[in-house]
Write a protein that binds this ligand. Sequence first.
Ligand code: AMP
Ligand code: ZN
Length: 493
Amino acid sequence: MKIYTKNQLKIYNSLTKKKELFTPIEKGYVGMYVCGPTVYSNVHLGNVRTFMFFDVVYRYLLHLGYKVRYVRNITDAGHLENDADEGEDRIAKKARLEKIEPMEVVQRYTVDFHNVLDKYNFLPPSIEPTATGHIVEQIEMIKEIIDKGFAYEVNGSVYFDVLKYNKEGGDYGILSGRKMEDAIHNTRALDGQSDKKNPQDFALWKKADKRHIMRWTSPWSDGFPGWHLECSVMSSKYLGEQFDIHGGGLDLKFPHHECEIAQSKTCSGVNPVNYWMHTNMLLLNSQKMAKSTGNYILPDEILTGENKILSKAFSASVVRFFNMQALYRGILDFSNDALVASEKGYHKLMEAVASLGKIEAGKISTFDVNTWKQKCYDAMNDDFNTPVFISHLFDAVKNINLIHDKKATITPEDLSTLKETLNAFVFDVLGLLDDTKTQSSDKIDGVVGLLIKLRNQARENKDWALSDQIRDELLAIGIQLKDGKEGTTFSMN
Ligand code: AMP
Ligand code: ZN
């Protein structure tokens, strides 16, 4: 039986709004660019959803045998409040509030981002460029856009002329589907306070006011680049004028990615990206998870259980499993109950993977492993349909359990295919971690739960010495008990 893999992958292209057969440009590698975080605060679980999905895309492409050059940037300058062309730089604002240097803010939250990626088992990208490391290239691109006649300078700032671009054959609005009158940036141009000719125009370079510390010398002013420019510059520098995949969250479609297309196309004359991919939002309390509204949960809080939404701590793999049980193009509601359900499924899967090593082969197979394998690939090849993929993994779980209980059999050849494939899917493609750690954390939950019970009995018997001893000795090994209205909980450090 032929196993279709590489040549069958279909990707939903946000630009054409169709699923298209993935045909990489012949460069010897697949080029993938994903917009990275703006490092002015800790990444929240919504950001993690987006980055985790592209981690799985990267993993699957590698699994299919592609060589991939994966570029994910760090935005450390130029991203203003409200994604606007006016207002304070997010990083500079944080630095002002915390009375530290902007680069201290950048360092702190870049380190935090990397810690999260480590704990959640992400593969590192091939290149992780920063905006501040590419100021020279950004100035060069602005000069090129001015030379081509699509940008103008006013009072030391430079703006992209969207109306002229479209009048001369440009396609601003093509990605987001916005009409010109709706393609207006958060701007003061509407009330005549801006230097822009039209409210649709966006900044390529901003003159810095006196208090703005993050500034660089340019032909136009001491200032800083516009937020959208860095991604055009860094993607073309590392992946070429045209590359295969560009990803990010849905909220980046407009204006960020729309502006990227206009900038890149002005310089190169070609469409920069063949497949645009956008992840949908993770919601909390039915609202988009976002730092600005305070409606968020941090990845570290999941691991410690220290958030009032959570009944307990969950492992990073449970969060991965939870994310992958949903289609990336749909919204996903975060809740404690959903994580509890995912944890059950994840444990079932891991137990089956562990018991695979112990089962014995027989003379015949009652489970058609090759058809199963094909179905798994078909699901992933259907625009990374991870929920269907996972449902097929559970067909394997059901059969493994039957074989284990001697209610079904499998030939040695099929057993070896099953082991190899399931391990590759679970660990390499989904990026789940071995569950030994999770199992031991379950055991800790059980043991501490028992001690809490014994302490409660001691308190009922007014045996304060014993109850204090349990609390203090747990604290000495880093387990803190907390007495609340709903009973006693614990946290670990
Ligand atoms: P930012 O640092 O704000 O540029 O965000 C980094 C990435 O996270 C971008 O691709 C965003 O689109 C994405 N993102 C932000 N909020 C959410 C959310 N609630 N759910 C999923 N992705 C998100
Ligand atoms: Zn970007």
